[in-house]
Design a protein around this ligand. Structure first.
Ligand code: ZN
Length: 247
């Protein structure tokens, strides 16, 4: 049997401590709900890490032993240390997968990897979301139908200030009329990045089986091979015999 994929589920883990309603929805934190599902699939070795742990739970040892990192943050993006963001970015360039969830669109790590502001429009009135699969052959859409729905969600609408995704898997429609690119893939160095929209903390989004399936699919996709590290830097020896031009 193939080795299990090593996933680190990272969460800011503040809302769950401060808000009773959210704590009830996620007694083990949103990271706990996501980790529990991933473990049940049998495909993953799962650990969790949170903001208030030393080094946000992302020590060199943890990062070097992580194939895929999932990221949920919202109110405390600024508290994430720049040196940790830099380390995560370098791990992505070196081949680690990164799954950015919901309000993680404004995280330092996502903005660093996108190179853009990553803003969007939002509204919180608990409207319905219909998530269309626009790339049905994509590994991240495995096991889904043409679409799935969330009865009550926070709305995210275009424009989403991101570079054009390398692959677009999902587009969302909202009852209020907005649309959003809700499942986007990018290649960064040897690493893969997947942004997945659903996940507002006051709704049971991370108990939804379709949402959890997409996160698991994303973790599998993010570890597909991306080849060897390419040679870069000074190349004094040409492939062919070339007489140096001397003016
Ligand atoms: Zn939200």
């Amino acid at each position: 049997m193939a080795d299990k994929i090593k996933v680190t589920v990272w969460n800011e883990f503040r809302h769950e401590k401060k808000n009773e309603k959210i704590a009830k929805l996620y007694p083990e934190g949103m990271h706990g709900a996501i980790a529990e599902y991933l473990r049940k699939t049998g495909d993953f070795d799962v650990r969790t890490a949170t903001l208030d742990e030393p080094q946000h739970g992302l020590t060199d040892e943890v990062l070097n032993d992580t194939d895929v990192l999932t990221w949920w943050g919202h109110t405390a993006h600024k508290e994430v240390k720049d040196e940790i963001v830099e380390k995560v970015k370098r791990r992505v360039w070196d081949g680690m997968g990164l799954i950015v969830l919901h309000s993680g669109h404004y995280s330092k790590i996502f903005k660093a990897l996108m190179g853009t502001e990553c803003g969007l429009r939002w509204r919180e009135i608990g409207e319905k979301e219909r998530i269309f699969v626009v790339e049905p052959g994509h590994p991240i859409a495995e096991g889904l139908g043409d679409y799935f729905e969330l009865e009550h969600t926070e709305m995210y609408g275009e424009r989403f200030e991101i570079p054009a995704p390398d692959e677009l898997v999902f587009i969302s429609w909202f009852a209020g009329g907005d649309v959003f690119r809700s499942g986007c893939c990018w290649y960064r160095g040897r690493g893969r990045v997947f942004y997945f929209r659903p996940g507002h903390e006051t709704y049971p989004i991370y108990h939804d089986q379709n949402v959890l399936r997409v996160i698991a699919n994303g973790c599998r996709w993010a570890t597909l091979p991306r080849g060897v590290r390419p040679a870069t830097g000074h190349a004094p020896k040409p492939f062919e015999n070339v007489t140096p031009y001397d003016g």
